[in-house]
Design a protein around this ligand. Structure first.
Ligand SMILES: *[C@@H]1O[C@H](CO)[C@@H](O)[C@H](O)[C@H]1NC(C)=O
Ligand SMILES: *[C@@H]1O[C@H](CO)[C@@H](O)[C@H](O)[C@H]1NC(C)=O
Ligand SMILES: *[C@@H]1O[C@H](CO)[C@@H](O)[C@H](O)[C@H]1NC(C)=O
Ligand SMILES: *[C@@H]1O[C@H](CO)[C@@H](O)[C@H](O)[C@H]1NC(C)=O
Ligand SMILES: *[C@@H]1O[C@H](CO)[C@@H](O)[C@H](O)[C@H]1NC(C)=O
Ligand SMILES: *[C@@H]1O[C@H](CO)[C@@H](O)[C@H](O)[C@H]1NC(C)=O
Ligand SMILES: *[C@@H]1O[C@H](CO)[C@@H](O)[C@H](O)[C@H]1NC(C)=O
Ligand SMILES: *[C@@H]1O[C@H](CO)[C@@H](O)[C@H](O)[C@H]1NC(C)=O
Ligand SMILES: *[C@@H]1O[C@H](CO)[C@@H](O)[C@H](O)[C@H]1NC(C)=O
Ligand SMILES: *[C@@H]1O[C@H](CO)[C@@H](O)[C@H](O)[C@H]1NC(C)=O
Ligand SMILES: *[C@@H]1O[C@H](CO)[C@@H](O)[C@H](O)[C@H]1NC(C)=O
Ligand SMILES: *[C@@H]1O[C@H](CO)[C@@H](O)[C@H](O)[C@H]1NC(C)=O
Length: 776
């Protein structure tokens, strides 16, 4: 009997020690209920709580781990990441109050809440309960407010990640109390103030990432105390507004492997002692105002894999010591004032990415460069390189991005370029290239890789006709051959380049009519055929150009692959193509490649097109610029043009249009330029909306009988017998002038707001998003 009861007691102890404590189970079930409730309406739940049921042991549930130390089992780890599916990560699905039950589980050492769509302040009191936490990951949510000081007193905490949230306030010096911390990630928040010097107290720290915040305090310098972080391997302070010098104490970071200080306001000399740190692998200093001590004899003790000093104001020759860095695969010295030639030693180094664009380098390209089996990205645009492109260019079989625009290269494009199977971007624009291979466009397709997405050959001396074989470049998204000497007709087969978004053939010698099959190009958003010798009518089918009907997709595909994916530390050099040069709002402008997806344009001007304006053009609701000026277009202006709701610039000038300007244009809220001059138009200029601001008389000049307030010509219908007397009409003019002042103020307000919206000052907005996805 005694034996049996002992057995029973043991059995009881055994089974109870198997199960998680009842209160912890209850807390978890409560958490489950509120998550399921909160995600129900949006169907955003990204995990299954199937195993979380009342009658089973919570230690066996998914996402839950227990420890069985000291006989009893307790929940120690919760892996609650991606509670919601990806598109809802930043969309405030769950309130931070759903965490409340979890704060009862005081035995927790590991809590992962990353990418779970949680918003609201970090519950400080709650976290104070979790005093055993070692690992806390809350990245990619929408937590806001300051970091509660209770978090800084979690004395066992080794890993704290709150990256990609909306945390504000200053970073308190209390952070220095986290004396066990090995990794602190606060990347991508809105923390301001100074970086506290107490950061130097966290001497166990191996990873410190405070990048992409807003540190801008009075002493917004990198604190000297950073030199106390003797264990730090990754130091990332990029994308802040840090000023001052890179502190010399940085030489004390003997374990440093990755240093990223890019896009701050740092000044002064790059400390050459940096290169004495043996383990240093990757340096990124892009976008600061640093100088390079040319006299400092650098004998590096490090062996770098990546060196990025884009836009750092570096002058002189490409530093020689780089040749000792045998493991280097990423070199970005773009946008500096470097002079001299492309060093032979660099050509021999088998680097994967070489960015030297925007310097003042000169001379020939060393052929050896293209014998590298590793070369993938070569960006040399905007320099003074000259001579012929090396014949062995095709030996670089890994080459993906080749941008040599804005140099002084001449001669043929080597035939071997057909061996560059991986070439996605080829930019040879603004050189003096000509010759037999590319110039004869019948050769292009067989000569380029079918993976080519972007082909930019504008401003050269290429001639010959566009071959029907162009369709071999089936992935082509961007074709720019403007300002060359292309002749012949537009091949019908062009319509098979189904990914084409941008086609610029401006200023060539194209003949024949525009094939209406072009309207099959569903992605085409920018079509510039101006300044050619095209004849025939504007195809009615153009009304089917889907890319000009629907608003451009923000994540337009052609910039979706990123050169910076190659960078060792996820840094992003500012890669730019040459701007797409088009006639935008009556002046030739470069549209920045960073936000080309803002623009939708149809330019057929300066040809010999005739026939009427197809009414179907009115369906192109996404068009921002329509230019059919300087042709022989006749007939009436279709009323349907009033449906072009996004149009900002409409140029119909120098044609043979008659009849009146349709009243429907008064509906166009975005219109800032309307030119109908040099036609045969009559009648009253429409009023209302933006039409009231179209008051430049030159844009109405040389017609047969336009009238209206805009040009100060009274229309017959406005001359009622009662206001014929002189006095009355004078008063009318007076009022109109008064109105003008009002209107022009209105106009400037509109232009001003466009400025503010970054319309004319393109901002590289895609980069940060890119980063988000890349880091997740
Ligand atoms: C579920 O959510 C609704 C609001 O969406 C709330 O009114 C209700 O109280 C919640 N129920 C539970 C059990 O949390
Ligand atoms: C709970 O889970 C167990 C096994 O996992 C199952 O047998 C039982 O039916 C479940 N209970 C409920 C209420 O879903
Ligand atoms: C939880 O346990 C599983 C299985 O033993 C293990 O793979 C996982 O890493 C553990 N998670 C944590 C956070 O300890
Ligand atoms: C802390 O835990 C205790 C139970 O252990 C609980 O009563 C209390 O509400 C918790 N505090 C917070 C803020 O959740
Ligand atoms: C940081 O360390 C210093 C000693 O080096 C100490 O005086 C100070 O209290 C510490 N600060 C924090 C916040 O731990
Ligand atoms: C931390 O760094 C500062 C500035 O370099 C220095 O004065 C101080 O002695 C360092 N503290 C420790 C504990 O190393
Ligand atoms: C580097 O660290 C040593 C002690 O470890 C200290 O004496 C020295 O001042 C530090 N140097 C700098 C520049 O901070
Ligand atoms: C580029 O270098 C040439 C000499 O090689 C010099 O004449 C020219 O001024 C330099 N341009 C710039 C912008 O530094
Ligand atoms: C170049 O590529 C070869 C193999 O393709 C590889 O073994 C080597 O490490 C690469 N070199 C560099 C510097 O990346
Ligand atoms: C490079 O190309 C040339 C021909 O253009 C060829 O003769 C040579 O063997 C190639 N070299 C390498 C290393 O592939
Ligand atoms: C371009 O190269 C040609 C020789 O090919 C030379 O005559 C000319 O001066 C160069 N132009 C510039 C701007 O460097
Ligand atoms: C202009 O239109 C009038 C009729 O509206 C017509 O008589 C005249 O011939 C036209 N002129 C031109 C150049 O088309």
């Amino acid at each position: 009997m005694a034996k049996l009861s002992v057995l029973l007691v043991l059995l009881f102890l055994f089974t109870s020690s198997l199960c998680c404590p009842e209160d912890q189970k209850q807390a978890l079930l409560q958490f489950k209920a509120s998550v399921i409730n909160a995600t129900a309406s949006s169907k955003s739940l990204g995990v299954t709580f199937e195993t979380w049921n009342f009658s089973s042991d919570c230690c066996n549930w998914d996402m839950v781990n227990c420890s069985s130390r000291f006989g009893a089992r307790t929940v120690i780890a919760l892996d609650l990441y991606s509670l919601v599916v990806a598109p809802f990560w930043y969309s405030k699905v769950l309130s931070s109050t759903i965490l409340t039950p979890l704060f009862h589980i005081r035995s927790l050492t590991h809590l992962d809440l990353s990418a779970s769509g949680i918003h609201g302040e970090l519950p400080g009191d709650g976290f104070a309960n979790l005093s055993k936490l070692v690992y806390l990951d809350m990245r990619s949510n929408d937590f806001n407010g300051p970091i509660p000081s209770q978090l800084f007193h979690l004395r066992y905490l080794e890993h704290l990640d709150i990256s990609f949230n909306s945390i504000r306030g200053i970073l308190s010096g209390e952070v220095g109390s986290l004396s066990s911390l090995r990794a602190l990630w606060l990347y991508g928040n809105s923390l301001g103030g100074n970086i506290p010097k107490e950061i130097g107290n966290m001497t166990k720290l191996q990873e410190l990432n405070l990048g992409y915040n807003n540190f801008f305090g009075i002493e917004n310098v990198i604190p000297l105390h950073i030199g106390n972080l003797s264990n730090v391997k990754d130091l990332i302070l990029s994308l802040n507004q840090l000023t001052g010098r890179i502190p010399s104490s940085i030489q004390n970071l003997t374990e440093l492997e990755t240093l990223n200080l890019e896009n701050n306001l740092l000044t002064g000399e790059i400390p050459s002692v940096l290169f004495n740190i043996k383990g240093l692998k990757d340096i990124t200093l892009n976008g600061n105002d640093l100088t390079w001590n040319k006299n400092a004899k650098i004998v590096p003790k490090c062996m770098l894999v990546g060196l990025s000093m884009n836009s750092c104001g570096i002058s002189g020759e490409i530093p020689n010591w780089i040749s000792t860095q045998k493991t280097l695969y990423f070199l970005d010295l773009g946008e500096n004032q470097l002079e001299g030639i492309f060093p032979q030693w660099l050509a021999e180094m088998k680097v994967t990415t070489i960015i030297l664009s925007g310097n003042n380098l000169t001379g020939f390209l060393p052929p050896l460069l293209f014998n590298s089996p590793n070369l993938s990205t070569l960006l040399l645009y905007q320099n003074n390189f000259y001579g012929e492109l090396p014949d062995n260019i095709g030996n670089a079989s890994e080459l993906r991005f080749l941008m040599l625009g804005r140099n002084n290269f001449s001669g043929k494009v080597p035939e071997s370029i057909s061996n560059n199977y991986n070439l996605m971007i080829l930019d040879l624009s603004n050189n003096k290239l000509s010759g037999q291979t590319l110039p004869d466009f019948s050769e292009i397709p067989t000569n380029l890789s079918p993976v080519t997405r972007i082909l930019v050959l504008g401003k050269n001396k290429f001639f010959g006709s566009l071959s029907g074989n162009l369709i071999m470049l089936s992935r082509l998204e961007y074709l720019d051959i403007h300002d060359n000497k292309i002749t012949g007709e537009l091949p019908d087969s062009l319509s098979q380049l189904s990914n084409l978004e941008i086609l610029n053939l401006r200023n060539n010698s194209l003949q024949g009519s525009i094939p209406s099959s072009i309207s099959n190009l569903r992605s085409l958003r920018i079509l510039d055929l101006s300044r050619n010798h095209l004849i025939g009518e504007i195809p009615t089918m153009f009304g089917n150009l889907v890319g000009m009907i629907e608003k451009p997709n923000k994540s337009s595909s052609f910039l979706s692959f990123s050169i910076w994916a190659n960078t060792p530390a996820g840094s992003f050099p500012s890669i730019r193509f040459n701007d797409l040069v088009v006639n935008w709002k009556r002046s030739i402008q470069g549209l920045s490649s960073h936000n080309l997806n803002l623009y939708t344009l149809l330019d057929l001007s300066m040809n010999q097109l005739y026939g009427e304006i197809p009414a179907s053009l009115g369906t192109l609701k996404a068009l921002k610029t329509l230019n059919i000026s300087h042709n022989n277009i006749f007939g009436k202006v279709p009323t349907s043009l009033g449906d072009l709701v996004d149009i900002e610039s409409l140029d119909l000038s120098h044609n043979k249009l008659w009849g009146s300007i349709p009243q429907s244009l008064g509906k166009l809220q975005q219109l800032t330029i309307l030119d109908v001059s040099n036609n045969n138009l009559t009648g009253k200029i429409p009023i209302g909306g933006q039409m009231d601001t179209m008051i430049n008389p030159n844009f109405y000049a040389n017609n047969s009988g336009l009238c209206g307030m805009q040009i100060q010509v009274l229309c017959p219908e406005d001359l009622s017998p009662t206001n014929l007397p002189n006095n009355e009409s004078k008063e009318t003019w007076f009022r109109w002038e008064g109105l003008w002042i009002g209107y022009s103020v209105g106009f400037f307000v509109i232009v001003g707001s466009l400025y503010i919206n970054g319309y004319f000052v393109p901002v590289p907005s895609t980069r940060r998003h890119q980063q988000v996805w890349q880091w997740k």
